[in-house]
Design a protein around this ligand. Sequence first.
Ligand code: ADE
Length: 242
Amino acid sequence: MDMSRIGIIGAMELEVEELKSHMTDMKVTSRAGMDFCEGTINGAQVVIVRSGVGKVNAALCVQILADLFQVTQIINTGVAGSLNSKLEIGDIVISKDAVHHDMDATAVGYKPGIVPQMAESYFKADENLIELAKRVCQKVNPDIHVLVGRVASGDQFITDKEVKNRLIATFQADCVEMEGASIAHGCYLNQIPFVILRAISDKADDSGNYDYQIDYPTFEKAAAKHCAQLVEKLVVDLASSI
Ligand code: ADE
């Protein structure tokens, strides 16, 4: 019997509402201001939750999924800014690994992003989940560009070209967002396999005619929906592959 129970985290309601609308037998448990929605999607057992934005919210969310719900895998869905010139708005990044770009103990001899006294700071996503995610993306929409790459996370929304270039040079990251590394870090500590799936909503700089006040909400909505559709298919494939 399949005993998997998949935790799905989105930072914003936008990122989880689509998935929640496909759930059956939903039971809601509230902890730390978050609603954990237990139920099934096409027979797969899931717990879907909106963590809120940023690394603290995301880390707390992972710990609750681990302790209270004993999830067997975690998938993070959402949007991200592109750090790779090959990634256009609407493209998908599947995490190879994730790093905290705002972890900075360089003053005491550590490289940027390295968490002092930890064995790992580039938290690796689960190979099996990466492969499944790749296959699902290919199946759902073979025309969409998918890249397996590095996610850099920090408690900052990046729109400045110089900051963007520093993140590329320092971390060789492919996209930037505000939760992934924290989820990855929490999964590493709790030994939970994870993958981050992000749709590109912006270029994380001030290039082109992109207006963050006007354009971002539109692209965010489309990208978040797109990503959620992929996660829904991934969950079903994952549950039937175990
Ligand atoms: N999420 C989506 N775009 C982002 C950006 N440019 N910086 C941080 N998080 C993001």
